[in-house]
Design a protein around this ligand. Sequence first.
Ligand SMILES: [Zn+2]
Length: 446
Amino acid sequence: MPVNISFVIKIFLYTILLFLCLYFMVNGFNELNFYKSENIIKINRDLNLKIENNLINEKLFENESDIFLKKDDDKIKNLEKGSSNKVEKILITIKKNDTFAKVIDPYFKDNKVKNDIIQELNKAYNLKNLKIGQNIYLFINKENIINKIVIPYDFSTDIIINVLEERVELIKEKSEINEEIKSKKFTIKSSIYEDGIKYNVPLKILSDIIKLYSFDVDFQRDIRVNDQLEFSYEVLYNKERDQESYGELKYASLTLQKSILKYFVFKTDEGYIDYFDLKGKNVKKALMKTPIDGARLSSSYGMRKHPISGYNKLHKGVDFAAPKGTPIYAAGNGIVEFVGRNGGYGKYIRIRHNNSYKTAYAHLNNYKKGLHKGLRVNQGDIIGYVGSTGRSTGPHLHYEIIYNGKQINPMKMKLPPSKTLQNEELKRFNLERKKIYSDFLFNLYE
Ligand SMILES: [Zn+2]
């Protein structure tokens, strides 16, 4: 009987195996053909291409989502303006270790064509700058020949390579950009940053607003629950790519317990784009009081018990608690005077702004790449990132303003006066800010 049992088991196992084989033959095969049936480009063994279907299939599986077809005929037509040829489009997304030559290689068996493309492209575009995530579009005509490559260059420009019969031609094409104004208004419940995120304010605009107010507002002390923020900004839309980008912050108004701070963008006679209040006074100050986005003031200037030594000592700067890695900005235009380790300060940067003023930044996690002694920086440039190096109990920025060689209290500093518009320039500003405000209102409840 034991013989019979093992026989039965064998039969059973063989049956399962047979079913599995059948299953994979049917389903597995279908799955493999899934790409072929609809999503893959049917490239023939065309003389010009000489690409084997197998090769393309292999590539597809290697690169997974790298290559797929746009099924949306309208979009293809948009991209192929004026052409009635049925075209198909392949999207290649640059991945780590990809080069342009490598990614186009499977599609151009003719080395001369390939070299011509690369040579032509090198004239307008540094192929070494291809970034991970960069898209490249290949267009295939009805003879299954790739006759066009499109590389989005910047938000509004495409580089187009036309592969003609005898030569390769490169053109730069500007896409049509639609500009519109968007307005928002909200009540602050926790912070400008956190509430801004909740109200879907683009990060770039949010950061512009915070930087703008950092001259006049101490975010920790001045902002209370139920304060109001309203603003408008430019939205740029690239219809062909269905992509959005953000232009300038046009207007911002922050209603605090005791004051309302209204700022308008304005291009001065000298050509600088800057922000001015209702009286035409420039918002920007020579130095920022808070050279960091929305951080919490954790220790102010003055006598205190040192958290590490325990002795009473003058705290010669202000501390802003912020998560490790938070960007730190240059508080004003100036020249980097010191970058490096500096005792208890840990990783430290000092900037010289003019004959009287310097600022210092301590306990950094690291410096902005490329920052070095002697480098000229502009107000608002990122110079480093929050950390906890040196004598520090946790991630924070220790910030000092040094006036004539002595640390002063940044929160009580009387800032040098800023430019105030006058005469004709003021008249022009007043006209423009009224237009900006009416645009804001017009778009607010849209
Ligand atoms: Zn400190």
